[in-house]
Each structure stands twice: as C-alpha cells, then as structure tokens.
Design a protein around this ligand. Structure first.
Ligand code: GLN
Length: 550
C-alpha cells in the first residue's frame, strides 16, 4: 500500500510547487523508494489540451497520449520515469465521470452530492494513479492555493484520506510564498500564516511547511513560521531561488527533508544516493563555454509555453559541457520587418518549436529560410517541421503559394494536410494524433548517426502531416525523409544533407529528454551549434560579435 504526501499551496500560485513535489520525490527516490507523483488541477477542463499555452503554459504529452499539465513534465524529468494520463486529475474529469454515472442510473434513488460522490471519485482517481508498479510513496500536488473555491473538494478528499489511510501513511506539506520587503530587507510571513489558517479551517494541519523565498530564510523567520504553523522547527524548510531548478532536491536534502519525511512516514533510515544527480547539477553550473540559441516562436512572453524545449536544451548543453544561452524570439517581428531576420546570424543555432494557427506563420517561414540559406544549425519541432516543408516547397521546389491546409484551405499546393483519420472528427478535445509511437530511422542518414539505432519511440501531438502526394517532389529537390512511422505512411524526420545541421521532427523530442539523458536530436543540435561557434570564432567572421542578447 502506498503512502501519500499531499502538497498544498498558499499565498500565490506559480511559485514552483511542482518543483518542490518533484524534488521531494527525488530525495525519496535517492533512498531507493519507488515514487510517483500526481497533479490535481481544479479547473473544469477535462484536460489541458484545449487551453492556450500562452495562459496556462505548455501542454505536456504522456506516452499514453494524455494532454496534461506541465508539472507532469517536471515529475518525469526529476524522477526519470514515465507517467500516465491518470497522473493528472482535473475537476472536469471528476464531474464528467460522476454525471455520466448519474445519467446511467448508477446512483438510482440517491441525491448526488459533492460529499460523498465527488470526493469518492477524487479518492478513487488518486488511488488508481498511486496503486501501481509497487509504489511506496505517491506525492499528490493540489493545484492552486488554499482557499480557492475550486480546490475545496480536493482538499476535503485529502482530509478524508488521512482518516482512511492513517496518520503514519499520510503527510501534508504546505508550500507558501514568503516575500522580502525591499525597504527593510525583512522576510514577511503573515500571508503564509493566513494560508495555514485557511487549511486548518477545513481540517488540515500541515506536517511540514516549505517557505518559497528569493533567499534562504533566517533562523528567526524559521522559528516564527514554526510557531504560527504549530510545527517543530525541523519541519520548516526553505526553497530559495537557484540558477537551475535541479538544485532544489539538493538544498531540501541539505535541510533534512529526506530524514524528516522518512521518519515521519516510518519508512526507516536509508543512506541517500545523490552523487549522480549532484554531478548533473555541477555540469550545468560549471559549464563555461556558451552557445547562443534562438527559439523562434509566438508564445515567447511566457517561457512556460516552451518549458520542455527549454529543459531539453539545458540537458543537451550540460551533457556537451556547454551553457545554452537561450533567447526567446517573437517571430511576428520577422513579419513586420523581414530584414530583421538577419539578426539570427548572431546565433549558433535556431529552433522553431511546435505551434498552431495562422499568427506568426510567415515569420517562422522567414526564420527557417534564413537558417537554411545561411547554414545555421536548425532544429524544427512539429509545426516547425511542417513549416520547413512549406518553406522548401515554396523556395526550392518552386511550388508558389505552397502551404499547410491548417493555414490556407485553398492553397494551390497543400504540402501539409490533415491526417486522413482527422477529417471526420467533430470534437476537438483529446482527438489529435497523441502519444508515443515507433519511428523507423533510415540507415546512412544524420538521424541514424544521432540515434545510433533504427528505432526511436517518440511522443506526438498533431492533426496535420506532410502530404504523401508531394513526397516525391520534395525528395527530388533534396530533402531526405530519414524517419518514418512504422507503417511507412507518415513522415517523422526530415533532414537536408547539404546543410551542416538541418533536422526537423514531426514528434516532440523534448518530452523524453532528461537531465543526464539528453534527447539525441537536441544533443546533435547543441553540438552543431558549438561547432559553428568555434569555427566562426576561429575565422572571426563579421556578424559574430559579443552583442548582448535580447
Ligand atoms: N498545428 C500543427 C498540427 O496540428 C502542429 C502541431 C504542433 O506543433 N504540436 O499538426
């Protein structure tokens, strides 16, 4: 039977609760325990697939095709594990299930209520996700903050689980912001205290508090939080700002988090093994040489929209012993003023990530053309791959007006078109080509050299694909399809042998990247960027001067 750690939030959201959950998991995993993590999102969407990444951050795709919250990505990266769609529970899923049952007559004669019907369904889902693979500890992150209307049924379910599972098998950790007042340099804990009271009001007394703060809290602040939280001081921790989030397990371990949790949950004492993790963090922090990467997209004001891309670049760079300086470039600027695209010359690599819809498309196409024509290492992901095909069709194959039918339904050359099985769909939620599938790699190609294998399993999220009617013309003009789906009906990887590094994938390689285990297409990209940088430095070409980024 797994033990449960519930993690709640206070004061404000988006303070890195997901990182604390992942780090607590890592600290326990370092002691040999089998850990899983579950994210609860109290919104009414059934999944995050129908939400704008600009507002909510990236949609993370699981192997089994779940469109989940980006915290699932953090859990996978920190725990080096593969989670399922069941690890992300939303209010939408819970109500959909209960109302469907009610309509079917499953509750015949009863008045269907939040308690017990909704809370029972929540508990059922938590246990479903936790009780597999002999999990020792399941960490359940309750999204939002204590006091949110939407979060209440979930907190109530967690409260009930303490009764049902027992004190020794459940633990509550509350993560709350502690701001520092600029004028006096004081740590202010009042808001944290109020959020603890908010939890107590519904019957939850936290067992530990993590103060999320810019700097490590001082002793007096720790004592104050302990006093008002009714906790011993060794149950108060601080998650302070660090350069790389992967440091958080180390700083929590240093403060005694591992010892605290294992003794409180009666798991017994075990020596933590964090050497490898330590080395990964050091390789990130100690890298001196820099490569400059431009990620050219349209959600660039919220970096969370591309969090997996960013982390995949960080993992690859650390592995190659360099530091990736990432600039988030808004492609719309390349539409208003196409000359601006030559600014990309100061980068060592250009990445066009996934995306949807019309806005910014021509800017992305200009970006791809410039990188292709100027030999700048290029990596295209999903939409970035589809638009690479559009760009090549227009500018090399001579197919004027070529486009994806997602952008222009009556293009004369629909080089990217709807997947056949998408044509008759009516619902938009959860109906893309989703999840992991096998990609067959052609020997003798760049892709083959990168993956060193004829097979890779990769995750997808798309409705459109390279149109088979144009394959032949595109190949004759020089693009190699170096990866195909197992049935040979879908293009998965394209590359340009005449270019130093031009590769684009229909799949989202970033979802399977891990610290210490970079994804090959990303690693190749960083290495190619490093080669460009070194050769430009040697030849001291103009256009490569140390300009400030941004
Ligand atoms: N919009 C494109 C499609 O639906 C690409 C999707 C993506 O980049 N994730 O096929």
């Amino acid at each position: 039977m797994p033990k449960y750690i519930f993690v709640t939030g206070g004061v404000v959201s988006s303070v890195g609760k997901g990182i604390v959950v992942s780090s607590v998991g890592r600290v326990l995993q370092a002691r040999g325990y089998r850990v899983t993590a579950i994210k609860i999102d109290p919104y009414l969407n059934v999944d995050s697939g129908t939400m704008n990444p600009y507002a909510h951050g990236e949609v993370f795709v699981t192997d089994d095709g779940g469109e989940t919250d980006l915290d699932i990505g953090w859990y996978e990266r920190f725990l080096n594990t593969t989670l399922s769609r069941n690890n992300n529970i939303t209010t939408g899923q819970v109500y959909l299930e209960v109302i469907t049952k009610e309509r079917r007559g499953d509750y015949l004669g009863k008045c269907v209520q939040i308690v017990p019907h909704i809370t029972d369904e929540i508990k059922r889902r938590i246990r479903l996700a936790a009780e597999k693979d002999n999990i020792d500890v399941a960490i359940v992150e309750i999204g939002g903050t204590a006091g949110d209307i939407e979060g209440q049924p979930f907190l109530e379910a967690a409260r009930q689980m303490r009764l049902e599972e027992g004190f020794e098998n459940t633990l509550f950790i509350h993560v709350a912001l502690v701001p520092i007042l600029k004028a006096t340099e004081e740590f202010k804990t009042k808001a944290l205290q109020h959020s603890v009271n908010e939890l107590r009001r519904i019957g939850i007394q936290p067992d530990a508090i993590v103060a999320r703060c810019e700097k490590p809290i001082d002793k007096a602040t720790r004592s104050k939080i302990a006093l008002f939280g009714t906790l011993p001081e060794n149950a108060v921790f601080c998650s302070y700002d660090v350069e790389y989030v992967y440091e958080v397990p180390l700083i929590l371990e240093e403060q005694g988090m591992g010892v605290f949790i294992t003794s409180r949950l009666n798991l017994g004492w075990k020596q933590p093994k964090l050497k490898e993790w330590n080395e990964i963090v050091s390789s990130m922090k100690n890298a001196k040489e820099e490569v400059r990467i431009a990620v050219c997209g349209k959600y660039t004001k919220l970096i969370d929209s591309y969090v997996s891309v960013k982390e995949a670049l960080i993992h690859a760079a650390a592995y190659a012993r360099v530091r990736a300086l990432i600039d988030w470039v808004d492609v719309e600027g390349f539409e208003a003023d196409p000359e601006r695209v030559s600014l990309l010359n100061r980068y060592d690599g250009v990445l066009v990530p996934g995306g949807f819809g019309h806005r910014g498309v021509e800017g992305k196409i200009n970006t791809i053309r410039y990188s292709r024509e100027n030999g700048i290492p290029f990596l295209g992901i999903c939409f970035g791959m589809q638009l690479s095909v559009v760009e090549y069709a227009r500018n090399v194959c001579g197919l004027d007006g070529a486009n994806s039918t997602e952008i222009s339904e009556d293009t004369p050359h629909p080089v990217v078109d709807l997947l056949p099985e998408q044509r008759s769909l009516e619902n938009l939620g959860g109906t893309m080509r989703l999840g992991a599938s096998k990609v067959i790699i052609k020997p003798g190609t760049l892709a083959y050299r990168l993956y060193n294998s004829e097979v890779t399993y990769q995750r997808h999220r798309h409705r459109y694909e390279v149109n088979p009617a144009y394959w032949d013309r595109i190949n004759r003009a020089g693009i190699v399809f170096s990866g195909m789906s197992e049935d040979g009906r879908r293009v998965e990887i394209i590359e340009l042998p005449s270019h130093p590094y031009f590769i684009a994938t229909q799949y989202h390689a970033e979802f399977i990247s891990r610290p210490g285990k970079p994804e090959p297409a990303y690693l190749g990209f960083i290495r190619a960027a490093l080669m460009r940088k070194r050769s430009l430095e040697t030849h001291n070409k103009s256009g490569y001067v140390s300009l400030p980024l941004g």
